[in-house]
Design a protein around this ligand. Structure first.
Ligand SMILES: [Zn+2]
Length: 223
């Protein structure tokens, strides 16, 4: 059994990284996982310099990490750019952790409704027919795309971290429950809604909502 504070999960910092810095100093976890919405006015490493090298730092993007472009730049070109868990499964402290960042956007896919586009490629092909930009805007980059979700769904993991909530929350989405179930995870940790709670969804999967800037352990307890 992994020690309960081997991995810590951090809710939407929105510029406040003090709680995660204190928690790392106090508990010395093997890894911390940031659940999105950083509001970075400078590169990510500048906020968390004190804990870089003391623990492994992983993250997923939230909806606030694409606009304005400076927020996007300060995350996606930071020293920690390679630690993005979005659409990946990585072994962290002996557990397979899957990540899904971003949000459901009406113009891309808003479950349980059908996706508007099959893929980013499909969207760009149609846009180019109308002489529109051949690049995906940051807004569209912040979306959860159906084909990428479907690809992730084929993988297996122990824990899923997301920005959006599953149906355990009234503002959650069934597509997160479906993803968790298909991947065989035991737990889901999510941010975005600034609420701390634990709940169970189908297959006995435990969901932990993490408050803004707050830190929880593997049992979902705030530290
Ligand atoms: Zn958010």
């Amino acid at each position: 059994m992994t020690e309960k504070r081997n991995i810590l999960f951090v809710g939407d910092p929105h510029g406040d990284f003090d709680p995660v810095i204190s928690a790392v100093k106090k508990y010395q976890p093997e890894a911390v996982i940031l659940l999105g919405d950083y509001d970075l006015k400078k590169p990510l490493q500048d906020y968390i310099q004190e804990i870089i090298g003391k623990t492994k730092i992983w993250w997923i993007p939230g909806n606030h990490d694409f606009e304005p472009p400076e927020h996007h730049h300060n995350l996606f070109t930071s020293q920690l750019a390679g630690q993005n868990l979005h659409l990946n499964v990585v072994e962290i402290a002996g557990l397979r952790i899957a990540g899904l960042g971003g949000i459901f956007l009406g113009r891309v896919w808003y479950p349980p409704y059908s996706p508007k586009w099959r893929s980013k490629k499909h969207f760009l092909q149609v846009s180019s027919l109308h002489n529109e930009s051949s690049e995906l805007s940051l807004k569209y980059q912040s979306a959860i795309w159906h084909d990428e979700w479907a690809q992730l769904k084929k993988l297996k993991a122990d824990i899923l971290v997301t920005h959006e909530a599953p149906k355990s929350h009234k503002h959650g989405f069934i597509a997160i429950d479906q993803l968790a179930e298909a991947m065989g995870v035991k737990q889901v940790f999510h941010g975005h809604l600034h609420e701390h709670y634990t709940a169970k969804i189908r297959k006995g999967i435990k969901v932990v909502g993490v408050r803004n800037a707050k830190v929880v352990d593997l049992l979902g307890v705030e530290v």
